[in-house]
Design a protein around this ligand. Structure first.
Ligand code: SF4
Length: 343
């Protein structure tokens, strides 16, 4: 019987012009592993056959992939709600126009209130200005299409909360700037950086991970920001407890499949464990392996022990080293300690 999976996350490349200290995929510092077009279209066939409702296209920088727009258009035309996550490093007008025909939503990642914070977190000077210029272009294209009666994406800002970027006064001035510069913005979403990839490293944990209590407190901050902004933009803070890796209460049990750039299927979105490759094996065969991994006593025991963000980072490091491929393990061991950002 065909397996049905509601949501896919597909990192379509590990190529990226940025070098974010918290990157979940260590993109830009490892082989891109991008599929060729034909193989990518076969992945899409699998996703459509699984009756997906939502697909998040991420990376790496997904818009650096030549077949990305075609891929998103195919998913979109199949009735799937596609969201693309981009740094906004490059957003020509023609790309924004094509996205209007290819996706339901565009999220531009901005992780600091100004260039000093954002560019340090993102590891490349100019990243903040380029992200805002991308939002300018997305905004302009959306207004033009609306004026001519055409449909368009929703677009907004995906803001990852590190300790460096989470001061309330900074967030206030960022929201004020964003709603003034982009009055047609649909959303600003603040979400905790979670311990995955480089963000699971010990130095990052010590310097940049917020505690669960701090993150829960950010929900009230988000409500204050929304009240102060007093506009149509949907301003929200994701409740991190939803993502805590405890079976029975979190996304652990949801039907979310995470595909790596070469087609490898992860057992769980934020960990390096793989159960096979979607190009070599059917989802009917792979999905029970995902379920089995998630209920493995070692995995469950580690996840159930998580009470703090530090516990979670420890769990992520343990799972990555136990279940990652030999390449993953070698790469993890070679990681340099991420830079310390906080004063
Ligand atoms: S822009 Fe995204 S994919 Fe690229 S390095 Fe930063 S977090 Fe990683």
């Amino acid at each position: 019987m065909a397996v049905a999976i509601g949501k896919f996350i597909w990192d379509i490349t590990y190529a990226c012009p940025l070098r974010c200290v918290h990157c979940y995929t260590e993109s830009g510092r490892r082989p891109a592993r991008t599929l060729d077009r034909d193989a990518a279209m076969r992945v899409i066939d699998r996703i459509i056959a699984a009756q997906a409702k939502k697909v998040s296209i991420s990376g790496g920088e997904p818009l650096s992939v030549r077949w990305a727009l075609e891929a998103m258009r195919r998913l979109h035309d199949a009735g799937i709600a596609v969201t693309v996550f981009t740094s906004g490093w490059s957003m020509p007008e023609r790309t924004a126009g094509a996205l209007a025909e290819s996706v339901a939503s565009v999220a531009v990642s901005v992780d600091g209130a100004d260039p000093a914070i954002h560019d340090t977190v993102r590891g490349r000077p100019g990243a903040f200005e380029r992200g805002l210029r991308a939002l300018d272009t997305l905004h302009r294209v959306k207004l033009e299409r609306q004026a001519s009666g055409q449909g368009c994406y929703t677009f907004g800002i995906d803001y990852t909360l590190t300790r460096s970027g989470a001061r309330e006064a900074d967030l206030e001035r960022f929201v004020a700037m964003a709603v003034e510069r982009f009055p047609g913005l649909d959303f600003i979403r603040f979400g905790a950086v979670i311990p995955s990839g480089l963000a699971a490293e010990k130095d990052f944990e010590d310097s940049e991970l917020l505690s669960i209590d701090e993150l829960v407190g950010m929900i009230a901050v988000g409500q204050r920001l929304a009240a102060q902004a007093g506009c149509e933009v949907d301003i929200s803070v994701t409740d991190v407890r939803y993502f805590l890796p405890q079976p029975g209460i979190s996304a652990v049990d949801l039907d979310i499949a995470h595909i790596e750039p070469d087609g490898a299927l992860r057992a769980f979105p934020i960990y390096e464990a793989k159960v096979g490759n979607i190009l070599d094996e059917s989802l009917e065969s792979l999905w029970p392996k995902v379920r089995a991994w998630r209920s493995d006593p070692f995995v469950v025991g580690l996840m159930e022990s998580v009470k703090t963000m530090a516990d979670w980072a420890h769990t992520a490091r343990s799972l990555d080293m136990r279940y990652g491929s030999a390449d993953d393990q070698a790469r993890i061991l070679q990681r340099r300690a991420p830079m310390r950002l906080s004063a």
